[in-house]
Design a protein around this ligand. Structure first.
Ligand SMILES: Nc1ncnc2c1ncn2[C@@H]1O[C@H](COP(=O)(O)OP(=O)(O)OP(=O)(O)O)[C@@H](O)[C@H]1O
Length: 262
């Protein structure tokens, strides 16, 4: 995608002021420079500030200090180039599938009719042709999450921010979605920031895996994953490069006491 965005995180800290004297420091001076068109996964223990980082980049929460930039623009509100997918699909139950996908177009006051065929095309690409006029309650969890991804893609985001998008799915559906996401990204080549608890899905999908420390989150490890693409999930666990990178992440978690070695 020619509009793939560059992301810069410059010394970003975030403290939530819950009540006086009881502040929560979620992120501590995080620096990241994400090249346009790269797929970056962020893994880290629960509560280390992964979702916070994504929410800051989405322009939904202000930083406490430091600076975030998307294509050079300081992020102070949702950036027009960024699309977001959360763990829960957040579809509107009273709108049909196609109307859910077209929601961002309506919000931006763009021409709905002009985008309807693109919406159908996106739905077809994720195996949902013919579902346009169904409603969210008629779809499975995996199908709904595909719709949420289409809704983010309708704006052709140069930056796709994904917060544990497959966390709520069963193992088989998750596997299929991981493969589908790779296929989609190989076609679009936009910049993806993908947050996950799954070390295997991070190493499988990403060009770069960022490992964060326990709270307050900092960057502990920045790994380049150079396994050729397209990668195949079946058999990946026997791939020596894959095993090596998974081990590197696990060893960092063990060193930080996040995982206990047996
Ligand atoms: N709106 C908020 N107000 C106060 N504290 C918050 C808020 N959002 C997050 N926190 C706190 O900030 C810390 C980081 O939370 P965050 O959700 O970013 O972590 P995470 O790494 O995404 O966790 P998980 O992997 O469990 O989803 C946690 O201690 C959390 O309780």
């Amino acid at each position: 995608m020619s509009n793939a965005a560059n992301v810069r995180v410059e010394g970003v800290s975030k403290t939530y002021e819950v009540r006086a004297g009881d502040d929560v420091k979620a992120l501590d001076r995080v620096d990241l420079d994400i090249a346009p068109g790269s797929f970056v996964a962020i893994v880290g223990p629960s509560g280390c500030g992964k979702s916070t980082l994504l929410s800051l980049l989405a322009g939904l929460t202000p930083v406490s200090s430091g600076r975030l930039r998307i294509d050079g623009d300081e992020v102070v509100k949702p950036h027009p180039k960024a699309g977001v997918v959360f763990q829960s699909d957040l579809l509107l139950p009273w709108r049909s599938i196609i109307d859910n996908v077209l929601l961002p177009i309506e919000i931006k006051g763009l021409d709905r009719a002009a985008s309807a065929s693109r919406a159908r095309e996106l739905l077809a690409q994720v195996g949902l042709q013919g579902f346009d006029n169904k409603f969210p309650f008629e779809l499975s969890g995996g199908m709904r999450q595909r719709v949420a991804i289409c809704r983010a893609l309708i704006q052709e985001p140069g930056l796709l921010l994904m917060d544990e998008p497959f966390g709520a799915l069963d193992a088989l559906t998750r596997e299929q979605m991981i493969m589908d996401l790779q296929t989609m990204w190989l076609r679009l080549r936009n910049t993806v920031l993908f947050i996950t608890h799954g070390i295997d899905e991070a190493v499988f999908l990403a060009d770069r895996v960022i490992v964060m420390s326990p709270r307050p989150g900092r960057v502990d490890l920045d790994l380049t994953i150079d396994i050729p693409r397209p990668r195949r999930w079946s058999g990946i666990h026997e791939n020596p490069a894959f095993q090596h990178h998974v081990r590197q992440v696990r060893e960092m978690f063990e060193a930080k006491g996040v995982l206990v070695a047996h």
